[in-house]
Design a protein around this ligand. Structure first.
Ligand SMILES: Nc1nc2c(ncn2[C@@H]2O[C@H](COP(=O)(O)OP(=O)(O)OP(=O)(O)O)[C@@H](O)[C@H]2O)c(=O)[nH]1
Ligand SMILES: [Mg+2]
Length: 248
């Protein structure tokens, strides 16, 4: 049977505590993915990390043949990391899928199975691992951060109204390579213009504007598994999200 490629794009900014465990957790699923017709390939995008992330990634690349490392000399933000990772994958002219997730261990790889099943069964273009479905849960996150995420959910739901979407900001998603290729061609290789975290919402809006179909699967976010401290600048994210929303 001809295999489809499953690219896993891992944007990394100072993830020295997490990247090795995450690659190992994914590789534990490799055989099962293979049996389902999927060839696992990683694209690690080091976003100018100042810690040991890049050294660890280079060491992992020597042990595992399925790792590509892309580097930003300086930190450019999540949006640019996503542009770099997706552009590489769509230029490889392979058939299949692309999964993006946070590289901080809060997203567990095994949800890929429910995401792939849903995408194939319902002929979708994008599946979101959602914190707001029956069976979803957010563990270990402060009430303050939970409320902010929930606030984003309400604001985006009222303004953007993308069918079937409740979680506009979660970084764990599966896309078809074909839909990303179409978007990439349309936007001159820049899938998102936003440099910060709001790029997740922007990408979803672009997918929806293209008429692509999106749906969600339930997912448990395990914030307690995060290695290292939070790097997210809450107020910058909120303000940039509101500016982007106004622009859209
Ligand atoms: N914070 C941050 N993350 C980046 C950047 N570039 C790439 N990333 C990666 O983007 C993903 C999401 O970042 P996180 O820091 O986990 O963001 P978050 O989940 O919203 O917030 P925390 O988990 O509380 O830090 C991670 O895989 C980061 O390594 C950047 O410039 N800043
Ligand atoms: Mg995170």
């Amino acid at each position: 049977m001809n295999k489809d490629t499953l690219y896993v794009v891992l944007p990394c900014y100072n993830e020295e505590d997490n990247i090795e465990n995450l690659i190992k957790a994914w590789n534990m699923e490799e055989r099962k993915l293979f049996e389902k017709g999927l060839l696992l390939k990683f694209v690690i995008v080091d976003d100018g990390s100042g810690d040991n992330t890049l050294n660890i990634a280079e060491r992992l690349k020597k042990s595992y043949s399925n790792i590509t490392i892309l580097k930003h000399k300086e930190n450019k933000g999540l949006g640019e990391a996503i542009n770099t990772g997706i552009s590489y994958a769509v230029s490889q002219e392979e058939k299949g899928y692309l999964c993006i997730m946070d590289s901080d261990m809060t997203h567990e790889p095994y949800y890929i199975f429910s995401m792939v099943n849903k995408l194939k069964k319902e002929k979708l273009h994008c599946v979101i691992a959602s914190r707001y479905r029956k069976g979803s849960k957010i563990e270990g996150l402060s009430l303050y951060r939970k409320l902010l995420s929930y606030g984003a959910r309400i604001v985006y739901t009222l303004t953007l109204r993308i069918p079937n979407v409740r979680d506009y900001t979660c970084g764990y998603r599966l896309y078809t390579l074909e839909s990303l290729r179409t978007l990439s061609e349309k936007h001159g290789g820049k899938l998102v213009a936003e440099k910060g975290f709001a790029c997740m919402m922007e990408l979803l809006v672009r997918i929806n504007n293209e008429g692509f179909k999106i749906a969600e699967v339930p997912f448990v976010l395990k914030y307690q598994l995060k290695g290292g401290a939070s790097k997210m600048n809450v107020w910058r994210t909120v303000s940039r999200s509101l500016i982007l929303l106004a622009r859209l």
